[in-house]
Design a binder for this molecule. Structure first.
Ligand code: FE
Length: 167
C-alpha cells in the first residue's frame, strides 16, 4: 500500500515536472519567434525602393510637404508600407501644418512601438511598426484632443486602403 502510494506520488511528480518543462519550451519558442525579424535587412533592401529603405529601415525622414499622404483626405486605413499592418484610421488624421501626415491616435497602441530617440541633440520618441520594426516617424505631446498626441509619420512609411476597397 505504502509502496503503491509512493509510486503514484513519484509518477504525479514526474508528470508535473514534464508539463512545466513543456510549457517552458513553448514559451521559449514564442520568445524566439517574437525576437526574430520579419525579414532580414538583405530582404528589405531587395524588396523596398531606395527611399523606402532609407526611411523605413534606416530611420530616415522624407522632406516636409513632399509626401503623398500629408494632404490626403480620403476615408480609409493607413497601413505599414513594409508589412501591411493596420496603423491609423483616416478619422484620426488631422492637419498639423507640419508637412507630414499627422494622426492623434493609433488604431491600437500595441501596433506601434515607441523608442527613445536622442539623435540631433533632441529628445524625441521614435515610433516603429511593432510587427516588422520599421521606422514610421515620431510621436509628440502637442496633438489635439482627445489624446493630446501627434503621431507624425512619413508618407513613405505608409500605404493606404480605401474604405470598402480591397485590402
Ligand atoms: Fe510593419
Amino acid at each position: 500500500m505504502m509502496k503503491n502510494g509512493l509510486a503514484r506520488l513519484f509518477f504525479i511528480t514526474i508528470i508535473i515536472a514534464f508539463s512545466f518543462y513543456l510549457s517552458g519550451q513553448s514559451s521559449q519558442e514564442n520568445m524566439k519567434e517574437n525576437n526574430q525579424p520579419v525579414k532580414t535587412e538583405k530582404q528589405w533592401k531587395q524588396e523596398l525602393t531606395d527611399e523606402e529603405y532609407r526611411v523605413l529601415r534606416q530611420c530616415g525622414t522624407e522632406p516636409a510637404f513632399t509626401g503623398k499622404y500629408y494632404n490626403h483626405k480620403e476615408d480609409g486605413t493607413y497601413v505599414c508600407a513594409a508589412c501591411g499592418a493596420k496603423l491609423f484610421r483616416s478619422d484620426t488624421k488631422y492637419e498639423s501644418g507640419s508637412g507630414w501626415p499627422s494622426f492623434y491616435a493609433a488604431i491600437d497602441k500595441k501596433t506601434i512601438k515607441e523608442v527613445e530617440d536622442n539623435n540631433f541633440s533632441m529628445r524625441r520618441i521614435e515610433i516603429k511598426c511593432a510587427n516588422c520594426d520599421s521606422h514610421l516617424g515620431h510621436v509628440f505631446p502637442d496633438g489635439p484632443k482627445p489624446t493630446g498626441l501627434r503621431y507624425c509619420v512619413n508618407s513613405v512609411s505608409l500605404g493606404f486602403s480605401k474604405d470598402g476597397g480591397k485590402e
